[in-house]
Design a protein around this ligand. Sequence first.
Ligand code: PGA
Length: 260
Amino acid sequence: MAEVTGRRPLMAGNWKMNLNHLEAIALVQKLAFTLTEQQLNDVEAVVLPPFVDIRSVQTLIDGDKLLIGYGAQDISAHTAGAYTGEISGAMLAKLGCQYVVVGHSERRQYHAEDDTLVNAKVKAALASGIAPILCVGEGLEIRESGEHVGYTLAQLDAALEKVKTDEVEKIVVAYEPVWAIGTGKVATPQDAQEVIGAIRTRLAEKYTGGTADRVRILYGGSVKHDNVAAIIEQPDIDGALVGGASIDAEGFARIVRLGK
Ligand code: PGA
């Protein structure tokens, strides 16, 4: 809980490949008038639209001074050059992106992103002043074998290779068990806390206790307004990375309100 930990709750909506730029404007506007200023101060609400929407979202948020953050769903590991289809950290920073999703299981699975590339993308984001939302989490087989904590910590270690203490505090970690993403199967609050607590302990071992206390760690995987409250009550869980439920303004607003 925020009062206890000093960490500001964060609810981030990963829209995935949904909503064109006009629909994006409508959703952000609706979020802004559904949530009060107080609610948006208490909880950091962030949208992560497709690249083609970001300019429109930026114009709306900046123009109306909305208290909503935004970011991207991917970043190139390269800074510039002959990388057709890629988007650099500098380009995202120029659009005012504060966050970028890195290591999402859909990118690991469908785009063969391995730990080395995830590590490079974490560093690319940090080099551009953008906070990576680093996704880690095990698949069903690993969960059933009971190796989920070790597996997830190994992903964390690999993603943070040569990331320094002052930088790691800017990172948001999202524990997203793959078996819970888009499946309607949500981890129990205890299951989520087990892994997220272990992630915080590992950060304390790798860096310092103070650093580990400042890093925000989210849960993701079939989050809805009716299951998130018990999850974020857990001591180490600072919010949620929301997929499907984030493309409905009313549903996402309800989730944001529960973040407090
Ligand atoms: P979901 O997706 O909420 O639709 O399960 C979560 C995510 O992929 O970040």
